[in-house]
Design a protein around this ligand. Structure first.
Ligand code: ADP
Ligand code: MG
Length: 332
């Protein structure tokens, strides 16, 4: 579907697929619950062509942000431009530029995938001759289920059908809210592949996830939100470089019962009688100094390994205190 993913347009392409400024959302509480400040002045720029990950613990405001972009939730304040179009000025045009796969899968169990896609195309005013139902079904691996009732589809198939549904009007921006929540690891990989393919073909993709591994594997740019605020937003590689922590482990040829002096000064830890771990900040300390301390202690090293930080460390650091059990550490 490479050639048809992005509509040909005489208007110059926008530099940014999405621009969000000062986005604020206050849900008016009902009954006993007071108002909820779900988004507190979010600024976010999603470059055209990126595979952008919006990461955050449960309740951070991810779905609220996406639902505002999709026109499903009214914002309290701020500006949102999708594909160059302000959602307040031209809501219909903005909506035509975006396809959203919501977090909750709701579909009529008595429609078939083919009927569902045709219906959706009708809603978006896609003329019969321009519909891509078969192509989309093939793209999400559902050709052989085209005429099956939706209730007979597995969870993963339903999720893929929702992706196809979000693509019927060929939007340049595809938004997936927790696309792989509750999807098993194999199907997750299939979905990732599909999302990657769409992105390579030119679709800008925004996905939210609380699976750190998903963002780390899939996304080129990552924003982290917490309590309705952006706490980080940068290219993934840059974000990963931000955690300035490494550990080196030395396997020794004999048992020790205490950390020898030159290494104690470096806060080395004896995790096993023959295993010494030194944690350090590469920006502040050279590995050389650690090796020199090992030599000065007269230790004989049988083997050594190093460990770098990953997105999880950064995430925990940036959202400290926000989540105790809420965040899923990679694939379940
Ligand atoms: P996420 O998708 O990151 O888990 P949400 O955007 O769903 O976060 O929720 C952000 C905050 O707003 C949460 O505290 C949630 O309870 C609250 N919230 C979400 N939807 C509503 C609503 N319709 N009414 C009131 N509060 C809501
Ligand atoms: Mg959500």
């Amino acid at each position: 579907m490479a050639e048809t993913t992005v509509p040909v347009s005489p208007i110059p392409l926008p530099a940014n697929a999405v621009e969000i400024r000062g986005l604020t959302k206050v849900y008016q509480g009902s009954g006993r619950s007071g108002p909820k400040h779900a988004l507190k002045g979010i600024d976010l720029t999603i470059p055209r062509g990126s595979l952008f990950g919006l990461l955050g613990p449960n309740g951070a405001g991810k779905s609220t942000l996406i639902n505002i972009m999709a026109g499903l939730v009214n914002k309290t304040a701020g500006e949102v431009r999708i594909w160059g179009t302000d959602i307040d000025i031209s809501p219909r045009q903005a909506r035509a530029s975006i396809g959203v796969v919501p977090q909750e899968l709701n579909m009529d169990p008595f429609f078939t995938p083919r009927e569902m896609l045709e219906l959706q195309a009708g809603l978006y005013g896609v003329p019969k001759g321009e519909r891509r139902t078969d192509e989309l079904l093939a793209a999400v691996g559902l050709s052989d289920k085209a005429n099956a009732y939706a209730r007979t589809l597995s969870g993963g198939m339903k999720r893929r059908l929702m992706v196809a549904k979000a693509m019927v009007h060929t939007p340049p921006v595809l938004v997936l809210d927790e696309p792989t929540a509750g999807v098993d690891i194999e199907l997750r990989r299939l979905l990732w592949e599909h999302v990657r393919r769409l992105n390579k073909a030119g679709t800008t993709v925004l996905l939210t996830t609380h699976y750190l591994q998903e963002a780390e594997e899939l996304c080129d740019t990552i924003a982290i939100i917490n309590h309705g605020e952006v706490v980080a937003c940068e290219p993934k590689t840059q974000l990963l470089r931000r955690v300035d922590a490494k550990a080196v482990t030395f396997e020794l040829d004999r048992d020790l019962d205490a950390v020898p002096e030159p290494l104690a000064a470096l806060h080395a830890e004896l995790t096993e009688p023959r295993r010494l771990v030194v944690r350090y900040q590469p920006s502040r300390q050279k590995a050389d100094a650690i090796l020199a301390a090992v030599r000065a202690a007269g230790l004989s090293v049988v083997d050594l390994s190093t460990e770098e930080s990953d997105l999880e460390d950064i995430f925990l650091q940036l959202t400290a205190g926000a989540h105790d059990n809420e965040v899923s550490r990679g694939a379940a």
